[in-house]
Design a protein around this ligand. Structure first.
Ligand code: BGC
Length: 815
């Protein structure tokens, strides 16, 4: 039997046809039939590989089936019936049992409240012994023996610290991120934690906002892919497994868009933008089964997110079928008073729980006010029942009632060689080569990087060259700076082996701005053949929560140091360790090579050294746009069009006449310094032969559920492109597909990412990549807030950044 297989888009399943050798007539007939079908555009031409599996529905009926399990819910109901009002409220109450990471310091007696069943969850307590201490009180002393749920800010690793999330996103590798989240889950559970306050999936389009470091950057499509990967990594296939943690998607909703980039500030945006840009990553996490959500600090369109029934109930539960529970952010219930929507603490508690916040983190208002509200008939007890039900559901799903304790016989989590290898890979994939220009005259021609192994003397200068704590980035959980390899340590080891002389000097201190180290820095630079300058931000002081800035240049006097060292005339490599895109215009214009390392985690120095010497060919691509000037912020690639685009105007000088009346700045070009998706390699890639399976597709084909008839129309456009490694060494490219939709009922961005693939190619090797554009990728919200496709035109580009030029078009037709 010969076997041939082909794919039809409707119904979308692979049909295998068996052809007996001798039945040539039948085979010929079949070929004719297939040809005709192809000709009519009914099936994808055979040059396209089989389409992928049937995609899951846009909104699964039950995103997390464990939470909907009938037996589990019966256990919840049985327990609820036995609970007093105070015990139910206890399940909705959470305190920090360790470091306080927000305002307020009046802590109640935790042991006493746990014994009374008046606390449902603790956070910031970690370690098997430490968590078991409280758990024993809950399980052995409280009347109904309900276990506590221990939460913790495990954001990019628990003990083994990986690159910060913005760096991880630069890998464009969700599988890698899933592996880091799995490692974090195993370490957390070993240390008694069954709930992590991650992933943070807030879209961040403004580099002034310090928390841009905690998320995947500015793009919705990419952010959604990472949101899902984190949840799968944390929760694994079954929450009840002892090494699974419940994920907590945060900060719901739109926390990443504060006015002026100022932390905790107001967010105001159209519902269209909210749904189109900001909500999809939260939804992707929910669809992946995330068991919990954290409400945000910010007001959204005039309503504090922690008292917003529109997002917390209508969308989250009504539209997305979320079955887990919502915890407030730190003290956010009490902050409703500051927001001016509650005149008393009782009203704040009532507004939050009625809107859909099930658990109160640190405000102490649910515990102290909810019972009074019920007694005074201000609120029905059923509201509390429902919130308690949701919390208990997650506790049952985690198997806490059957296995409440962590295993104290196991040692605390520690970094192992295997985990170090994963951290190294993550750091290698996260590093972005921003620029690789020629060395200054009289040095030999060609790009500065990778560095020659026989370089006689290297000067390593800068406050980030030997600072382990900074390598971990913000939110480093149980991470120990002693586990972090700095660039100095890594380079020293290499230089010792290669008999290269390494001269290290700090040059300056970011915080004190003392110039006392400048003289030694210049002396070191003069002696060196190559200078590596390690500059950037102080991770704990300048990045993460409460770290908004009004300037994006190198902080302190590092810019002066940079210009001084560059003036020595030797080849300079600038290595940036930071948590946000910085405005490094002078460096981009004057320094030959720039490596964006972010905060790479415990393997920082090793990964950067490998990139500098070419052992690793960099493959990271930016997921947050680099501005030329802070005044361009918020700056992102997928802007909506303007009626007066300045595309054909020379923006390098102030306007002189009619070139004024365009959407432009008069003192700076519109273009970013480095665009979204940018990242260089030590090799080069070309893109060619961009082909579509169809030049048109109907709305009906895109939207109707698969039928059963044989030659139904294709339900997606397949996009083929050839990528070739045209340079001298093997490399990994992140191929990116962008679309633009023109002619619809609402404005659509000038470009939007709708596909990406990492592809590793040897020198000279090429590969045909296939992307698919179905309803999922093409749909957008109309003015009635429905996801639709309309009869419109789509431009498509594929390339190595959001500046991709290889393009084509197709149409969506009415019929
Ligand atoms: C942050 C959250 C964090 C929480 C608990 C808050 O200040 O906004 O992201 O999970 O504290 O530490």
């Amino acid at each position: 039997m010969a076997e041939a297989s082909f794919t039809m888009d409707k119904p979308r399943r692979v049909i295998t046809i068996h052809l007996p050798h001798r039945e040539t007539v039948a085979a010929a007939l079949l070929v004719l039939l297939l040809g005709a079908a192809c000709f009519c555009g009914m099936i994808s031409p055979l040059i396209f590989p089989p389409a992928q599996e049937e995609e899951p529905p846009e909104t699964p009926a039950i995103p997390n089936s464990q939470l909907a399990n009938a037996n589990l819910n019966q256990r919840v109901e049985d327990l609820l019936k036995q609970m007093t009002l105070a015990e139910k409220i206890g399940q909705l109450t959470q305190y920090s049992a360790g470091t306080l990471t927000g305002p307020g310091s009046n802590m109640p007696n935790l042991e006493k409240l746990v014994a009374q069943g008046e606390i449902g969850s603790l956070f910031n307590v970690v370690g098997a012994r430490e968590t078991n201490y409280y758990q024993r009180i809950a399980v052995e002393k409280s009347r109904l023996h309900i276990p506590l749920l221990f939460g913790y800010d495990v954001i990019h690793g628990e003990t083994t610290i990986f690159p910060v999330p913005l760096a991880l996103a630069s890998s464009w590798d969700p599988d890698l991120v899933q592996a880091t989240a799995r490692c974090a889950a195993e370490e957390s559970t070993n240390d008694g934690v069954r709930w992590v306050f991650s992933p943070m999936v807030d879209i961040a389009r403004d580099a002034r906002w310090g928390r841009i470091t905690e998320g995947a950057g500015e793009d919705t499509f990419l952010g959604s892919a990472f949101a899902s990967a984190y949840v799968h990594g944390y929760q694994g296939p079954d929450l009840a497994r002892s090494n699974a943690v419940a994920a907590c998607v945060k900060h719901f909703a739109a926390y990443g868009a504060p006015n002026g980039g100022r932390e905790y500030n107001t967010v105001d945006m159209s519902e269209l933008t909210l749904r189109q840009v900001y909500l999809p990553p939260y939804k992707a996490a929910i669809d992946a089964g995330a068991a919990t959500v954290m409400s945000a600090f910010n007001p959204l369109n005039g309503v504090p997110a922690t008292a917003d029934p529109f997002t917390l109930t209508k969308i989250l539960r009504g539209e997305w079928n979320f079955g887990g529970f919502v915890v407030s952010d730190y003290g956010a219930v009490a902050e409703l008073i500051e927001h001016g929507v509650a005149t008393t603490k009782a009203i704040a508690a009532k507004k939050a729980i009625s809107a859909g916040v099930d658990m109160d983190m640190m405000s102490d208002l649910y515990r102290t006010r909810l019972a009074g509200l019920v007694k005074d008939e201000e609120m029905p007890e059923t509201v509390i029942d429902e919130a308690a039900r949701r919390v208990l559901r997650v506790k049952f799903a985690l198997g806490l009632f059957d296995h409440p304790y962590a295993d104290e016989s196991k040692p605390p989590s520690a970094v192992s060689p295997g985990k170090r290898a994963l951290a190294r890979r993550a750091a290698e994939e996260s590093i972005v080569l921003l620029k690789n220009g020629a060395k200054p005259i009289p040095f030999s021609a060609g790009p500065l990087l990778p560095l020659r192994r026989d370089t006689p003397t290297i000067a390593l200068i800068g406050p980030l060259a030997d600072s382990p704590v900074d390598m971990l980035g913000s939110w480093s959980a149980r991470g120990d700076p002693k586990d972090a390899v700095t660039l100095r340590a890594a380079l020293q080891a290499r230089c010792d082996a290669a008999k290269t002389k390494l001269i290290y000097t700090q040059g300056t201190d970011i915080l004190t701005e003392s110039e006392s180290g400048f003289r030694a820095a210049v002396a070191a630079a003069r002696q060196a053949d190559v200078i590596v300058l390690a500059l950037g931000e102080s991770a704990p002081r300048m990045t993460g929560e409460s770290s908004s800035v009004t300037r994006l240049d190198l902080p302190g006097n590092q810019e002066e140091l940079l210009e001084l060292i560059q003036s020595v005339g030797k080849p300079v490599v600038l290595v940036l360790f930071d948590g946000r895109p910085l405005a490094i215009k002078w460096a981009a214009e004057n320094v030959p090579a720039i490596v964006e390392a972010w905060y790479p985690g415990i393997e920082a120095g090793n990964a950067v050294a490998e990139v500098l010497f070419g052992d690793v060919n960099p493959s990271g691509k930016l997921t947050a746009t680099f501005p030329r000037a802070v005044g361009q912020e918020p700056l992102f690639y997928n802007q909506l069009p303007t009626g007066r685009p300045a595309d054909d105007i020379d923006l390098t000088h102030p306007p002189t006449g009619q070139d004024k009346y365009f959407s432009r700045y008069i003192d700076e070009t519109n273009a970013p310094l480095y665009v979204f998706g940018h990242g260089l390699s030590y090799t080069t890639f070309t893109y060619s032969q961009l082909r579509l399976s169809h030049e048109a597709i109907s709305i009906d084909a895109l939207t109707n559920p698969p039928g059963s008839h044989l030659f139904a129309p294709a339900r997606k456009i397949l996009v083929n492109v050839t990528v070739k490694n045209t340079g001298p060494v093997a490399g990994t490219e992140v191929a990116q597909l962008y679309i633009r939709n023109i002619g619809g009922s609402v404005e659509e961005p000038v470009r939007e990412l709708r596909g990406f693939q990492r592809v590793t190619l040897k020198p000279g090797e090429s590969r045909v990549l296939t992307f698919s554009l179905s309803f999922r990728e093409l749909a957008y919200f109309n003015l009635d807030m429905e996801r639709v496709v309309e009869p419109t035109q789509y431009d498509v580009w594929v390339g190595g950044s959001s500046d991709a030029t290889l393009g084509t078009q197709f149409e969506v037709t009415e019929k």
